[in-house]
Design a protein around this ligand. Structure first.
Ligand code: NIG
Ligand code: FE
Length: 416
């Protein structure tokens, strides 16, 4: 199948050979996609001979690469809106967690859910990602925290492998210490190392292993043991670190050669330097800071000025960030973290692809890459973070196939 997208007003994309935050603009471009990959991008006059099966009239839409959300927790069975309102009435996230809410509340709910129910919920959630311009997500388990419930969560993700949203699965069995192991945390750590990680690997259920390193959750020493076991078993590493307190987590991510370290609101200067030396991506989650009513955003300007690679993600989860909107993350990053429109776009596309080691196939509009394309109702990419809180997406293509179209857009497919 070979398709042609014509009447694109312009497109904005980072590119492999450009510096990490630079954006290339092409006016009046056309894009040809063959067998799911970009075969040609540029002015119509340069189009090579191709057997085109279908032509899409983009009616002046502006194009960007499909967005990549490189940190999400979509496998949950119940929402927690009451906690949101408790926080707004003065309770802190930590207080709610200490009184039995938070992650542990989601664990109790997920354990009651069947895999069929989780798959049904996930299908709807995945459709919502596509509608907002996201074509790839990294998705974590972490609300099961028992052998069977973690396997159930990862298997539910795998059940949806035919869904057009591309999913990179992460095992987050070390999201919390489960209630039944309080007071015997060492037994749960042994279960993670001896049984859960090997089972996840042998069933091919995850590509990454993650852990929540935080005061009252996992210590740096525990994380080193668990992640070393995961790495030895063949999983790549990503870590939740320095979210609520500064705890040497970024330094640990660098020491272990993690691909990505995430949150980083309280990262130390030493942590920034170590991560840059080790080539770890800074995965920043401004939605969680915003939604928890916190004011300390991660130091994006300092990271960029020192040469670090930033990805921006939603952290989509029922507790600390109930949104799938990467454009909203771009807005918050511009307003509260001083990021530019170019930096924000690069951080949800090619840099996000770097944080999941997929930058050879997704993250930019370049010949040879997967044809993951968003068509927007915007004059240019700097409009995306500006016009916030609304969906500006007209159409979404995944691997050269139309997978979402705003209802009022009508049928814009023209056959040759
Ligand atoms: O990334 N920090 C740990 N985990 C999630 C929150 C999970 C929850 O509250 O359910 C996060 O913010
Ligand atoms: Fe998270």
């Amino acid at each position: 199948m070979c398709i042609l997208l014509r009447n694109i007003s312009g497109l904005a994309t980072p590119a492999e050979e450009l510096p990490p935050y630079e954006i290339r603009i092409i006016e009046d471009a056309i894009i040809a996609a063959d067998q799911g990959k970009i075969a040609y991008i540029g002015p119509e006059s340069g189009l090579p001979p191709l057997n085109i099966d279908a032509v899409y009239n983009c009616r002046g839409s502006f194009a960007t690469p499909g967005l990549i959300d490189s940190h999400t927790h979509p496998v949950f069975s119940a929402a927690r809106e009451h906690e949101f309102h408790m926080r707004n009435a003065g309770k802190s996230y930590a207080e709610i967690a200490a009184s039995g809410g938070g992650i542990r509340a989601s664990v109790r709910e997920l354990r009651k859910a069947s895999i069929e129910y989780l798959v049904e919920l996930l299908r709807d959630r995945f459709n919502g990602f596509l509608a907002l311009g996201t074509t790839t997500i990294e998705a974590k388990s972490g609300y099961g925290l028992s052998f069977m419930d973690e396997m159930k969560s990862l298997r539910a993700l795998k059940e949806l492998r035919e869904h057009p949203l591309e999913v990179i699965p992460t095992f987050l069995g070390a999201h919390e210490i489960p209630d039944e192991y309080r007071g015997q945390r060492e037994s749960y750590i042994q279960l993670l190392i001896d049984e859960m990680i090997p089972a996840v690997v042998s069933e091919g259920l995850a590509e990454y292993c993650d852990i929540f390193v935080e005061k009252n959750v996992y210590t740096v020493e525990e994380a080193r043991r668990i992640l070393t076991a995961a790495k030895n078993a063949g999983l790549a590493l990503r870590l939740h670190v320095d979210q609520l307190t500064s705890g040497g987590g970024a330094e640990l991510a660098a020491e272990l050669g993690a691909v990505s370290a995430e949150h980083l609101d309280y990262i130390s200067d030493e942590g920034i330097d170590r991560m840059i030396e080790a080539g770890v991506v800074f995965n920043l989650l401004p939605g969680a800071v915003f939604f928890l009513g916190h004011t300390k955003y991660p130091p994006a300007r300092k990271i960029i000025d020192k040469g670090g690679i930033i990805a921006l993600s939603t952290d989509f989860n029922p507790g600390s960030s109930m949104t799938r909107s990467l454009p909203l993350m771009m807005t918050i990053a511009c307003v509260y973290m001083g990021m530019s429109a170019d930096e924000a776009l690069a951080s949800v596309t090619l840099n996000a692809a770097r944080s999941v080691k997929r930058n050879n196939i997704i993250g930019s509009l370049e010949a040879g890459k997967q044809a993951d394309i968003v068509l927007w109702d915007i004059p240019g990419h700097d409009y995306i973070p500006y016009h916030y809180g609304e969906n500006l997406v007209n159409c979404v293509f995944k691997k050269g196939r139309l997978v979402y179209r705003k209802p009022e857009c009508g049928d814009n497919r023209e056959f040759d």
